[in-house]
Design a protein around this ligand. Structure first.
Ligand code: HEM
Length: 416
């Protein structure tokens, strides 16, 4: 096995056409035919199709319309109570967002026939259904990435299969039927294409490329988005808030700056993403004898680990003291502030702009901040600070540096 640890070699590894995805080989049951697990031409074709959804105007719509609505809804109870835990708040926000992106309606009949995403904004049963979906997604995530699991792998995979069947019966079927009706209406001229839901499931159903997409493949693809979109993102929010709180402790006057200046807040989020990549490693297998630009030769069949964690702390790319949090860090030419945390090359994260926004210089019209920066802004603007009587603690179930609890108090100024 070969481990790529420098920024240059890791980037080259991500971009090499003869290194195929291998992270899901053991969890292939659930990941067969899913975009991140495709290679070569089938991957290019699927990516081209889904890129119709993941366009800048869709991201802008999510950023200005859906993300603020979801954040307000999720934060409401914690604000009323004056306290909350950042981890479940982040998870609920990011899961609700990713569920909309996937095209999954939480409540049967909750959304009627309209084109808006089907989360019942009225609460009630929606809360219980949301928790159920949340549990299913945790099980799917665990079974899909079983390669990294400790414990009984067969039992984890069997549980993943059960979770997929439960997802199909409880959430997928009605989401599918509703969209099939809407797409039929569009094809028969009764609905404007612009009024279709903007989500992955609808994009796959419209499928203007006429790719061969068996029903089971569409099911697995749609089931993939809620967990991949939420698990990674929620951990990022908590890490970023920790750095922000620590910074404000040392520079109290910057609290107001970080609330008012989205670009500055985003620089903090990106630096935090560099230090705490949600996927610390990517796994690949060489499909041919290859040579990296560095001169390293990799024989066909070799397993290759791309260490994002190490690459993101390579002083050649990120300058001196790479382990230090420094939102003003100077980087090498062409090195993004988040390093390789969103991958790069053919499998580069499709949700990157949704979660992380754009670098200011990349944004032509509207500077997208991304869901993590938006949520950090709402949390700060509502006066959040770590609860002095209930300090945060790390997740004891993993050897990785992950927060398990992060209690905060909200000191909202009474209005009127
Ligand atoms: C901070 C949050 C996120 C991080 C750090 C992240 C990270 C990544 C990384 C590293 C990859 C590349 C995997 C590889 O090359 O093996 C990836 C792929 C992907 N991500 Fe994300 N992701 C995030 C959020 C999201 C969101 C919100 C969505 C969608 C709702 C999403 C959808 C995807 C998809 C569909 C792929 C596969 C793309 C392909 O294979 O062509 N991600 N992500």
């Amino acid at each position: 096995m070969i481990v790529l640890t420098t920024y240059e070699e890791a980037r080259d590894g991500f971009r090499h056409r003869d290194l195929r995805q291998a992270l899901y080989d053991e969890g292939v049951h659930l990941m067969d035919g899913v975009i991140v697990n495709l290679h070569g031409d089938p991957h290019v074709a699927r990516r081209r199709l889904e890129n119709r959804l993941f366009r800048r105007d869709t991201f802008a719509w999510y950023e200005t319309d859906r993300i603020p609505t979801i954040i307000d809804r999720v934060l409401a109870a914690a604000l009323a109570a004056g306290r909350g835990d950042l981890l479940p708040l982040a998870r609920r926000t990011m899961m609700a967002l990713s569920v909309e992106v996937a095209g999954v309606d939480i409540v049967t009949g909750g959304a009627g026939d309209g084109a808006e995403a089907g989360v019942d904004e009225g609460g009630g049963d929606a809360d219980a259904d949301f928790e159920r979906l949340y549990g299913i997604m945790n099980r799917l995530a665990r079974a899909s990435t079983v390669a990294h699991a400790t414990g009984d792998k067969e039992a984890i995979i069997a549980d993943g299969d059960e979770a997929l069947a439960e997802f199909e019966a409880a959430f997928y079927h009605h989401s599918l039927y509703r969209r099939q009706r809407l797409v039929r209406d569009m094809e028969e001229g009764r609905r404007d294409p612009a009024d279709l839901p903007r989500d992955v499931l609808t994009t796959l159903l419209v499928n203007t490329d006429k790719l061969d997409l068996p029903p089971d493949t569409i099911l697995r693809e749609v089931a993939y988005f809620p967990w991949v979109g939420s698990h990674s993102t929620s951990a990022q929010l908590v890490h970023a808030m920790h750095h922000i709180f620590t910074w404000i402790d040392e520079h109290p006057a910057d609290r107001d700056v970080l609330i008012a200046d989205g670009a500055r807040r985003q620089a903090f989020v990106h630096e935090s993403m560099r230090l705490h990549p949600a996927s610390p490693v990517a796994e690949r297998v060489a499909t041919a004898d290859i040579e990296l630009k560095s001169g390293r030769r990799i024989p066909e069949g070799t397993a290759v680990t791309v260490s994002v964690e190490a690459a993101n702390r390579d002083p050649e790319a990120f300058g001196p003291e790479p382990d230090r949090f420094d939102p003003d860090r100077r980087r090498g030419d062409g090195v993004p502030p988040w390093g390789l945390s969103f991958g790069t090359g053919t499998h580069a994260c499709l949700g990157q702009e949704l979660a992380g926004g754009l670098e200011p210089e990349d944004a032509l019209h509207h500077h997208l901040l991304g869901a993590v920066t938006l949520m950090a802004g709402s949390i700060l603007a509502n006066g959040a600070r770590p609860d002095p009587d209930d300090p945060p603690s790390l997740d004891q179930n993993t050897t990785r540096h992950m927060w398990g609890r992060y209690p905060v108090l909200f000191d909202v100024e009474p209005t009127g």
